[in-house]
Ligand binder design. Structure first.
Ligand code: FAD
Length: 421
């Protein structure tokens, strides 16, 4: 086999298509532990697959060196993704926050198009082939082995994903393979996972959503503030802003930093701004109840439950709000301490933070610096994007660069053989 790609998710399928197109005479095989490929693509974007985003830059990602991420994204930017999907029959349209979805509204159609493109390019797909080990081999390049089978391969691509949603087959096994081939693994944590909260505030607010900002501060690191929609749930908080915050909370925990998480109910306002708003409200509507003023900017349930939780009566007339209560409430509105006790973990996470360290991979080819002939793509690497199509874009871009690297290696090998003739 010329190229064995381990993992047939987004990154593996895209690498196979791009590589087979560049190397029309090469034998390219995709090996996946799952019998049917693409389980994660099928559940993505609520079954609609948010394929990419209109604007994608390195600042949408966390993890390894952003210059590395930026260079990979520039090699195959979001425009190229839209063009590629158009060419394989999946036209995209834009929705809120620049998210690009298939016009068909169907993740199934995205998977079917990728599988058809792979078949047209001559890629062989072997489901039910979980890889347990990869061994460098002097004669063959590599020997890839599973339970009761083995396959020699000149080049290997590791596209095994991270640990998110392990029932789809991405359970971190690829990280052990990378480690066995000499790679350093940045400790992994869930990313894009709902937050589990202590305290009682969330209990009365289940199902309520509103704009919010979450700040995660971990000792020694600059605080990170994220803004977006928040959805209160019976266990804590979900919605884009909570999901985006989860990786920062986990990183602080895993790196042993003390972590504090605060919620701002009035994004864009600081304490002084919130207090000024309350004062202005009291001046213009002195007989209105506090909860009426709060409901101008927040859902009615929050307008009652938040002041109560802060020890302020929501039914008080604004003219009667004491200075102490006003200041206490302003503080609660802009820096409510979120008692994060954990997240819902990998079973609910949409991505994985951590993975194979980027500094051991060549940014122009995605080839391993530790193990020549091994290439890496997708979520197995120490890169995680924010919510909004960025994780798939990383899969497409890194796949493109890996395929380019495979082609360059092949050209070098052929030139070497010619020189030896
Ligand atoms: C519920 C959910 C919704 C999501 N929605 C979106 C979205 O709308 N937009 C977006 O950008 N991102 C989304 N993501 C994230 C996105 O799906 C992933 O970032 C992306 O699929 C990663 O692609 P990958 O190919 O690197 O890994 P994966 O998709 O995880 O694929 C890895 C493949 O490798 C196989 N494998 C693993 N180990 C082995 C082994 N040892 N041997 C053989 N095969 C193996 C697995 O079976 C799997 O098929 C979502 C994720 C989840 C969980």
């Amino acid at each position: 086999m010329d190229v064995a790609i381990i993992g047939g998710g987004a990154a593996g399928l895209a690498t196979a298509i791009f590589a087979a197109r560049r190397l029309p005479h090469a034998r390219v095989v995709v090996l996946d532990g799952a019998r049917r490929l693409g389980a994660k693509i099928l559940v993505s974007g609520g079954g609609r697959c948010n394929v990419t985003n209109r604007v994608v830059t390195a600042s949408d990602y966390w993890g390894g060196d952003r210059r590395f991420v930026g260079s990979v994204l520039r090699a195959f930017p979001a425009d190229a993704t839209a063009e590629f999907f158009g060419e394989i029959g999946v036209s995209l349209h834009e929705e809120d926050d620049g998210k690009l979805f298939p016009d068909s509204g169907s993740a199934k159609a995205v998977l079917a198009a990728l599988l058809a493109a792979a078949a047209r390019a001559g890629v062989e797909i072997r489901g039910g082939h979980r890889v347990e080990g990869v061994r460098p081999d002097a004669a063959e390049g590599f020997v890839v082995a599973g339970d009761g089978w083995s396959l020699p391969a000149r080049r290997v691509v590791l596209a095994t994903g991270g640990l998110s949603l392990p029932k789809t087959g991405s359970n971190g096994g690829g990280l052990s393979i990378a480690a066995s081939l000499g790679h350093r693994i940045v400790p992994t944590t869930p990313a894009l996972a709902p937050l589990v909260l202590g305290g009682t505030l969330h209990r009365g607010l289940g199902g309520v959503s509103h704009e919010a900002a979450i700040t995660v501060a971990g000792g020694g690191h600059p605080p990170v503030t994220l803004r977006g929609s928040l959805l209160w749930t019976h266990f804590g908080a979900s919605g884009p802003v909570a999901l985006d915050a989860s990786r920062h909370w986990h990183r602080a925990e895993v790196e042993g930093r003390g972590v504090e998480t605060h919620l701002c109910f009035l994004p864009g306002l600081d304490f002084a701004g919130a207090e000024r708003w309350l004062l202005d409200g009291a001046a213009s509507r002195p007989t209105a109840m506090l909860r009426t003023l709060l409901a101008d900017r927040l859902p009615a349930a929050v307008a009652v439950i938040l002041p109560r939780a802060a020890g302020v009566d929501p039914d008080v007339r604004l003219a009667g709000l004491t200075r102490e209560d006003r200041r206490r409430l302003a503080h609660a509105l802009v820096a409510w301490p979120l008692q994060v006790t954990g997240t819902r973990g990998y079973n609910y996470a949409e991505a994985t933070a951590g993975g194979v360290a980027l500094d051991e991979v060549r940014r122009g080819t995605m080839e391993s610096k530790r193990c020549p002939g091994l290439f890496l793509a997708g979520e197995v690497l120490d890169v995680d994007g924010r919510l909004g199509g960025f994780n798939f874009q990383w899969a497409w871009s890194s796949a493109f660069v890996a395929a380019r690297g495979l082609a360059a290696r092949r050209t070098r090998a052929i030139e070497g053989e010619r020189r030896n003739d």
